[in-house]
Design a protein around this ligand. Structure first.
Ligand SMILES: Nc1ncnc2c1ncn2[C@@H]1O[C@H](COP(=O)(O)OP(=O)(O)OP(=O)(O)O)[C@@H](O)[C@H]1O
Length: 238
């Protein structure tokens, strides 16, 4: 379970991405996190993961929470894919040989596992990050547009694996693709103008997200979206 308590965040000379967000993401439930480009979804995931500090308020994590899956910035560039995998295994206290075998199978990186990560393309790094995160039993997976990575075959495999994992754990999944969210999540949350509205029913969240005009490419909230954001109180756990 993840509890957000009056979380505030504004980037210097940037937008207000969290305006006193109070919410509960329950254990064992997969919640879709929806919002227009630049609403602050990735920033919220980073605060939940603990890699970005809120300006005020706090994030309480119960159980083991993943890093944002698909984010592979934390690997040591001079270590190989295999060495990075063993390192993560030690940090999380899982069997390194078992994790390495899993990552070899799932990542499709082959011989590149023996190359330093600095030589990887961003797609290869994301494959490594995805495979490692799926190989560690987290209680809550944070997923950020993971299927934007790799070719069609890899996307199919990652979707299947993710679905299997989410059957046993909770998750917060960021995606702009309602079809993908319907396949993975049951609940939803809509982030708009720094406020988060929680919905037990994913379809309700998708309807609000689409109805608020937030699917548009514009980075400015429409008057109707602004009105909704103003009315929508940041929700507590329901
Ligand atoms: N480190 C940073 N410093 C300054 N501004 C930042 C930083 N990180 C993000 N931002 C800004 O904060 C806003 C929210 O960014 P974020 O990536 O969290 O949005 P998002 O909802 O995930 O967007 P998208 O759907 O496009 O991925 C954007 O305007 C972005 O430019």
């Amino acid at each position: 379970m993840i509890v957000l308590e009056d979380v505030w965040k504004r980037f210097p000379s940037g937008p207000l991405v969290a305006q006193g967000i109070t919410a509960v993401f329950p254990a064992g439930r997969a919640t879709a996190l929806l919002g227009r480009n630049g609403a602050g979804k990735s920033s919220l995931l980073a605060m939940i993961a603990g890699t970005l500090r809120p300006d005020a308020g706090q994030v309480v994590r119960h159980g083991r929470v993943s890093w944002p899956v698909g984010f592979a910035g934390a690997f040591h560039p001079d270590l190989t894919g295999a060495q990075n995998t063993r390192f993560v295994a030690r940090v999380y206290g899982v069997d390194s040989r078992g994790l390495l075998g899993f990552v070899r199978d799932v990542s499709g990186l082959g011989d590149a596992m023996r190359q330093p990560v600095r030589r990887y393309s961003s797609g290869m790094r994301a494959r490594l990050g995805f495979a490692i995160s799926m190989g560690i039993p987290f209680d809550m997976y944070l997923v950020d547009e993971v299927t934007a990575v790799g070719d069609a075959a890899f996307r199919r495999e990652t979707s299947a694996l993710l679905k299997a994992r989410l059957g046993q754990a909770g998750a917060i999944v960021v995606s702009h693709a309602p079809a993908q969210l319907r396949g993975l999540c049951t609940a939803g949350a809509v982030l708009e103008a720094g406020r988060l509205r929680m919905f037990d029913d994913l379809e309700e969240a998708i309807a609000v997200y689409q109805g608020g005009g937030v699917l548009r490419a514009s980075t400015h909230p429409t008057p109707s979206a602004r009105g909704q954001a103003g009315r929508g109180a940041s929700a507590g756990g329901r």
